[in-house]
Design a protein around this ligand. Structure first.
Ligand code: SF4
Length: 585
């Protein structure tokens, strides 16, 4: 193995990082000596890490504390050593390493950074510091694939947990406590944390359920004393350019049945406009271009007046994603006047039947009408998100994706102009904690077959840029998403194969195909529904939208029945995320 500690590799990384730092605005510089040092690991390159508001807001949350210094650690390029960005320190220099784990397919990169950073990846063999923590949607939904590598898993929202963790770390007696004692204190004091080393052996082996699943820590609304997360650092070295990202709402009022974030971040919580304008008005931020971040930007109750204020401040705006049915003529005009040039929208399925089944409550008239509105307003690029392999999908449903795109293409064609249409098609992978957590996913060969149907149909429409996820990549994601104790071995295989899915999958299968757990697991991944009475590893996490609600939504999907969005006042009691549950009909 390459000696990642060599001066030559470190020099390469230092040169690269100096270049990044020179182009940043907002970097935090502190003298590391005498401070608690926290290394924030992003399992990917600098450019994607700098586009993650979640990752950057943790950086701010920790660095407000003067006696603590948080630095960023990214995936090093081949032939470079994993060092922190700010001080180019090795991983061993930190008291605590904390990874942001959102996508299952990034887990191997996190493991790779630990190994190349000379940190023993296995929690059970790691003595003393640094301790290794992780948070993010991926581990929040199911931590099992990375449990052997972590001392502590943060379930829920960072604003609640990080200040408490930092407070304990600053307590001298805590600092002098051995590792096991520290973890015990954190498990008692910090809400929504999982500490595998405190679990009974049979639970760790996946042979018994956890007696008390852990409830994630979720910010109550209205959030007194809290402000919307805003990216502390801007740099030209990201896809978004020098844009200041700000969260305008959390959660989504619509319950698409495949959507994990839609369940985890319930209920829909819009930040008050006054607080958004306040954080964007801070001296260092007040002239920056702005990126509005939310799963449903157009559903923010004050979106139009917010855009009006930003336009009056001559600030160029972009938005993360938009729900077509919430688009009005006035909002379209405001968005385009604020400089929005490209948009991503998500019809997800081509046929109305399948959209109803996944609870994507959008009809064709709304889709075509909103696309026409955007094009007439001058939109340049329209990215259309679709999914392949959804439960109940037929070959006809796949062809109807192309048919819908034919109609969209016609609708957006104005006399002189038509926006570029990009089809971004993901393969459906069942996610834990969602109404589809029971259903099997398609095999690689079947995903390929369906992808070919779509490719041929899209060619006939013409003028569409089609991006399809590689099926093997989705199969690996599907295996990790609902994986139990055995899934960490797939992460090790991916790390050993530098992320190459096929050889990793082959290696995993070869090593574990004799293991009965694995055989059953593949059966429920690819061919049969996960039996209701069968142990679900991800139930170590108790999300607020409970199993009854998920089961009921699944039954409704079988009947192609839609469910209403969260009512404006919330608190309908339907899923239990507003603090109480009423019986589902
Ligand atoms: S209880 Fe009702 S309003 Fe609240 S998140 Fe659930 S479905 Fe939405």
């Amino acid at each position: 193995m390459e000696d990642y500690d060599s001066p030559r590799l470190r020099r390469r990384t230092r040169n690269k990082y100096t270049g990044y730092l020179e182009q940043e605005r907002g970097t935090v510089y502190k003298e590391p000596g005498g401070r608690i040092r926290i290394g924030l690991i992003w399992p990917g390159p600098y450019e994607t890490g700098q586009s993650s508001l979640g990752f950057l807001s943790v950086y701010s949350l920790i660095n407000v504390q003067p006696r603590v210094y948080a630095e960023r650690i990214f995936q090093p390029e081949p032939g470079q050593a994993p060092l922190s960005l700010e001080t180019q320190s090795p991983l061993e220099a930190f008291d605590l390493l904390a990874a942001s784990l959102t996508l299952e397919n990034d887990y191997w990169i996190f493991l790779d950074i630990l190994i190349k950073g000379r940190i023993n990846p296995d929690r059970a063999d790691r003595r003393g510091e640094p301790m290794v923590f992780a948070g993010g949607v991926g581990v929040w939904s199911n931590p099992w694939p990375v449990i052997p590598f972590l001392d502590l898993i943060m379930l829920g929202e960072a604003e609640i947990q990080w200040p408490q963790i930092v407070e304990h770390y600053l307590d001298v007696s805590f600092a002098l406590t051995p590792k096991a004692g520290k973890l015990k204190i954190l498990s008692e004091k910090v809400p929504g944390v999982l500490i595998p080393s405190l679990w009974p052996e049979e639970v760790l082996k996946g042979e018994a359920p956890l007696a008390e699943p852990v409830r994630p820590a979720v910010l109550k609304w209205p959030p007194k004393g809290y402000y919307p997360p805003v990216s502390p650092i801007v740099t030209p070295n990201t896809e978004l350019g020098e844009r200041r990202l700000v969260e305008i709402s959390r959660g989504c009022p619509y319950g698409c049945r495949f959507c994990l974030a839609g369940v985890l971040y319930r209920p829909h919580r819009p930040w008050p406009k006054s607080k958004i304008i306040y954080v964007l008005g801070r001296p260092r931020l007040k002239n920056d271009m702005v990126g509005l971040v939310s799963p449903a930007v157009a559903d923010h109750p004050e979106i139009e007046s917010l855009l009006e204020i930003l336009a009056s401040q001559n600030r160029e705006v972009s938005v993360s994603s938009l729900r077509l049915s919430s688009l009005t003529e006035n909002l379209t005009r405001r968005l385009l006047a604020a400089g929005v040039k490209g948009l991503a929208v998500a019809p997800e399925a081509g046929s109305q039947r399948l959209r109803d089944s996944i609870n994507k409550t959008l009809n064709e008239e709304e889709i075509l009408g909103s696309c026409r509105l955007l094009s007439e307003g001058g939109l340049r690029r329209l990215k259309l998100y679709f999914m392949l392999g959804l439960p109940g999908e037929t070959d006809e449903d796949i062809r109807s994706i192309a048919e819908l795109c034919r109609k969209i293409k016609k609708a957006v064609q104005t006399k002189s102009f038509a926006p570029k249409l990009i089809l971004s098609v993901a393969n459906f992978t069942p996610k834990p904690q969602t109404p589809f957590e029971f259903v099997p996913m398609l095999t690689e060969s079947e995903l390929k077959r369906r992808g070919q149907i779509l490719r041929e149909a899209a060619v006939k429409v013409g003028g569409l840029e089609l991006k399809l996820d590689p099926p093997i990549w989705s199969v690996v994601q599907g295996m990790l998403a609902r994986g139990g104790a055995e899934a960490s071995n797939l992460v090790r295989c991916l790390q050993a194969e530098h992320g190459r899915c096929r050889p990793a999958f082959r290696r995993f299968r070869a090593a574990y195909s004799e293991d009965h757990r694995h055989r059953d697991y593949e059966r429920y991944l690819f061919s049969e529904n996960w039996p209701r009475d069968r142990y679900k590893p991800w139930r170590v996490v108790a999300v607020s939208a409970g199993p009854d609600f998920l089961e009921n939504e699944y039954r409704r999907s079988l009947a192609d029945a839609v469910s209403p969005a969260c009512p404006p006042g919330l608190a309908c009691g339907c899923c239990g995320s507003c603090g109480f549950s009423r019986k589902n009909d």
